[in-house]
Design a protein around this ligand. Structure first.
Ligand code: NAD
Length: 434
């Protein structure tokens, strides 16, 4: 099948390359000319494990193309995926201007039957709006909702082996053209039995926000519980194990930390709250999760100020981990940014290190020091802050760390070390809820 994917970011690029890898001819489109130039030179604009190899393979076998020509890509293809960004506006509502701009361009390029697939995360009712925009032109088409559930860091694996596929189609009937097309596209990815759920577009759109919001609330619950543990002397690790073995609760997403970040959870929680508000419903739980998450990003700072008796002017903090989570270079809403900016506001100095996200962080903090590796970051530092749980940081050379850090203090926002062992080794070790 010939497919175009509009928007070549974390979702669009992964979608495009995985669809090419399963045998389709795919045109990845972006209005960022620089991104397209890089991709055409074989450079990958984002860090995502395994992405470079699979892009390279599919470009070489002639099934994957990169272009900024939206109209010609749409004309060449039968299915058009929309995977552009839907960032939050100041009031938290999702900004749909990219979606509507692309819908208008598709409307003027449509020349025969096409399936238009909205893969971006969009508020309930958006597919109907897209349908209305394209419907102004008379060609036959279907608009389908197909939210994406991949996770940065394991995006290829998630796309190729999904837990489920959700497809929203409003037309009824068993032999719908759009349904057959979508079944055909996803058939190679559900061979192991993952279900494809068909539903109406409103339910499909809302399912995506529901999934992210539930996960965000779950993390937030554990973060609040960890804060309570710190006050009561209970250990959140024990509680996590205790509740996680209850089948109704399950073990995943129970690790407390310094708040969720990234391009999805924060914006999707806010956007779902705004959707509810727009319908006259005050979704209090979402508002609370958002507020708690913002303050959770400052928990390490409160530990630091207490330990140093608020005197951190001219102290140097090494920061390990800048991305919002491991295995990505994405720093959108990363807790590290809040911590660094707070430390700077108190007159502290920063030596930062991240295996993948330093290039992006330099755009936000051009003047802090960036180290060449994790141990280099510790040179001349008083204390270490761990903001992201990259594997590289899990079993470090503790002697080397102790010799470098003048105050021998570690503020671990991701609970990657064992408190008892750290104490025995002579560190001042602070973690979340233990
Ligand atoms: N990043 C994730 O982990 C993830 C996971 C699931 C869903 N989503 C959702 O997928 C969507 C895309 O997210 P992302 O992280 O890939 O965003 P991104 O910012 O990485 O990529 C979006 C791309 O769209 C391009 N674009 C914007 N407007 C355009 C236009 N008019 N024409 C052509 N290209 C245009 C941008 O240049 C950019 O390259 C969002 O709605 C997001 O919520 C993201």
């Amino acid at each position: 099948m010939n497919i175009s994917v509009i928007g070549t970011g974390y979702v669009g690029l992964v979608t495009g390359v995985c669809l090419a890898d399963s045998g389709n001819t795919v045109y990845c489109v972006d209005n960022d000319e620089n991104k397209i130039k890089m991709l055409n030179k074989g450079e990958i604009p984002i860090y995502e494990p395994g992405l470079e190899e699979i892009v390279d393979k599919n470009v070489k076998n002639g099934r994957l193309f990169f272009t900024s020509g939206l109209s010609s890509a749409v004309k060449k293809t039968d299915v058009v995926f929309i995977a552009v960004g839907t960032p939050p506006m100041d009031d938290g509502e999702a900004d749909l201007s990219n979606i509507f701009e692309v819908a208008n361009k598709i409307a003027s390029s449509i020349d025969r039957y096409k399936v238009v697939v909205v893969k971006s995360t969009v508020p309930v009712g958006t597919c109907i709006q897209v349908e209305n925009i394209i419907g102004k032109k008379s060609h036959d088409f279907d608009v389908v909702s197909n939210p994406e559930f991949l996770k940065e860091g394991t995006a290829i694996e998630d796309f190729q082996r999904p837990d489920r596929i959700i497809i929203g189609i409003n037309k009824k009937g068993t032999h719908l053209k759009a349904k057959e097309v979508m079944d055909g596209i996803y058939e190679p990815f559900v061979r192991t039995g993952a279900p494809i759920y068909f539903m109406d577009t409103n339910s499909s759109e809302l399912s995506k926000y529901a999934a992210n919001s539930m996960l965000a609330v779950r993390i937030t619950f554990m973060n609040e519980l960890a804060n309570l543990c710190s006050l009561t002397g209970a250990n959140v690790d024990n509680i996590r194990i205790g509740i996680g073995s209850d089948k109704r609760i399950g073990k995943s997403f129970l690790f407390p930390g310094i708040g969720y970040g990234g391009s999805c959870f924060p914006k999707d929680v806010k956007a779902l709250y705004k959707t509810a508000k727009g319908k006259g419903y005050d979704f209090k739980l979402l508002k609370a999760a958002d507020e708690v998450n913002s303050s959770q990003k400052e928990v390490l700072l409160s530990f630091i100020l207490k330990h140093f008796k608020s005197n951190i002017k001219n102290k140097t903090f090494a920061v390990w981990g800048l991305s919002f989570k491991p295995k990505t270079d994405d720093i959108r809403e990363a807790p590290s940014l809040v911590i660094i900016s707070k430390l700077l506001s108190y007159g502290a100095k920063i030596r930062a290190y991240d295996p993948a996200a330093m290039k992006n962080t330099k755009k936000v903090f051009p003047r802090i020091e960036y180290a060449k590796d994790m141990y280099d970051a510790l040179k001349g530092a008083d204390a270490l802050v761990i903001a992201t749980e990259w594997n590289d940081f899990r079993t470090p050379d503790f002697d080397k760390m102790k010799n470098s850090l003048s105050d021998k203090s570690i503020f671990d926002g991701r609970n990657i070390y064992i408190p008892k062992k750290m104490k025995e080794m002579g560190f001042h070790y602070f973690s979340i809820g233990r």
